[in-house]
Each structure stands twice: as C-alpha cells, then as structure tokens.
Write a protein that binds this ligand. Sequence first.
Ligand code: SF4
Length: 356
Amino acid sequence: MFKDWFDLVEQQLAGGTLSRGDAHEILAVPDAEVMDLVAAGARLRRAYFGNWVKVNYLVNLKSGLCPEDCHYCSQRLGSEADVLKYRWLSQEEALKQARAGIEGGASRICVVASGRGPSAGDVERVAQMVDELKAEHPHIEVCACLGILRDGQADQLKAAGVDAYNHNLNTSESRYSEICSTHTYEDRVGTVEKAKQAGLSPCSGLIVGMGESDNDVIDTLFALRTLESDSIPVNFLMPFGGTPLAATKLLSPLRCLRILALARFTCPDREIRMAGGREMHLRSLQSQALHLANSLFLGDYLTSEGQAAKADLEMVADAGFRVRCDQGAAQEPATDRQPEVAVRRRGAGTELAPNA
Ligand code: SF4
C-alpha cells in the first residue's frame, strides 16, 4: 500500500520489498500518469546510480546455426531470418570488434556465442581472448554469454578474468515451455546459479512483448530479484521475419516505460538495461527511459542493427546523463531511426566497420 509514487519510492529507499499488488499497480498506471511514475522511478535511479549511464558493447563471436529453438531468436534452429551466420571469429577479429566498442565509450564488452552451451575448447578460446583484451584494457569489464554452463566452466571463465556472465530468464517459469522446447527454465536458473557460485557477476534479464501477461512480467522480475541478478537487461521483442514470433507486435512505448519502471521499483539498486528492441518499441521515448534504466547497449545488437552509436551517445548527453568512463559524447544530430528490424550487415563477421 502506498499514497503516491513518491511514497513508494520512500518505502523502497527504506529497504522495502515491492509487493505483487504494487507491481500490478505500476503496470496498470493510466497513460496520463506514466510520466509521474517515471519521475518517481527517476528518484530511485538517481539514488543508486546518479546521472551515470553504463554503456555495453556486444561482440557476436559466433552467429546463427544454433541447435536450440527459442521462438524469439533469429539464430534458432530452423530460423529463416536472413541474418549473418558464421562460426567463431578469429581472435584478431574479436579483439578488433571489442576495441571498437571501447573506443565508442563502452565500459563493458559482452562476448556472445550462439549455441546450447560452450565446449571445453570454446571456453578456452574465450579465455584467451579475454586475457588479451584485459592486458590492453585492464579496467574494461567483460561479460560472457555462451549458453548453458556445465560444472566447472564458470570457474574457468572467472579464472580467465571474465567479470560477469549473462544468461537471461527471458520469461516466467510457467510459460517457458511456450517459447522454447529444447531447454528448460530450470536449466537457465541453474546456469545463473553456477555463475554466481563461481564469483561471476550474474547478468540475467527478460524479453517482453512475446504475449506474456502482467503476471508473467511480474513473475520474471521477482524471480530475477530472488536470483540477485546484478544487471537486468530488459529486451523488447524484435519480431524477426522467419521466426515463430515474426507477427508479434504487442508493445507500445508507454508499456515499455511501465515495464522499465517495474524493473526499477522491483530491483532499485540493480543495473537496469534498456536492451534490444529499445529503438523499435520505445521510439521517441528512449530518452525518458534513461530516467529509469541506467544502462544500454551501444550501437548494434547480435543480429540486428541498432541506431547509430553516435545517436546513442548524443541521446545520453541530451538527457543530462553521462557515460560511465565517459570517452566523449558525440554531438551530431540524430538522423537514422529504424522502424523495422534491420538485419546487421556490418561489424563482426563482415568486412565493414562496426557501428561503434
Ligand atoms: S540458445 Fe541462444 S542463440 Fe540459441 S536459439 Fe536460444 S537464444 Fe538463440
């Protein structure tokens, strides 16, 4: 129970735990009051993260050709999405891509590979790359995202200098089997637990816009709270042609803000990332979302193009925020907005310069 949104903020700052009833109220806030909710959430965001924005940069080490069948994914088994497909990048190419992100202002490099989980050789390959990257940039954080981990692999990654491990829950336990049949929700939780036990910072989030109910969104965020995920990427479904969810377009910008506000109120002191699909679904409200989220991906995603990296940095600066490890925010005006999924044709796996 709370009097108004700022009263709820005070409760959270005093160590309160968001209740399910309060969570439903956040998701049901009328359109006319969404900005009041954002203003209150901004107070929480600033209490823990000031005016800093953490910039993350994705390097897709291995693209497509996945044997798993996650319905939302352009890299899934049977996907007809015309995305880049390649096996592991060379060490040299992977480092080149990571350097581009760092030069663009990223303080965390997220190295990602499609597939059910890494082989022993894959872990070794990532370890070598991280070793070299850390030698050049000791203060850069590295987050690995390689799928389901077997016993001992998280420890190997930790020993190699990896800082964090990403494995998203994606949706609620009760509807997980509707979005994937080749692995389970428990598999995902198990990998996050392995990462935590190895001392890796757990990064785990969700995808919204897949037809989930309010209860599903709340279940997922409350599960992430219980798992103590340090960073929570909130992805907004990008409905790739050639995937089972190609026709699923359910989000509005205000719905996205409500969900980001719920993430902030549920996990006030955790990194909330406005992640994949923000351009498509938040559209002109992206900068308002920065008052709730304190983190974003710079430039392109794994298989789709984001807005120009310069536009990302400009948006951060325009909204009065600063990039953590600020390496200079671009000042050129935003020009390109992408209303539909634009399949990535530049950066990793191509001859073209990355969007960084
Ligand atoms: S395991 Fe990862 S890469 Fe493979 S289909 Fe699922 S989300 Fe896509």
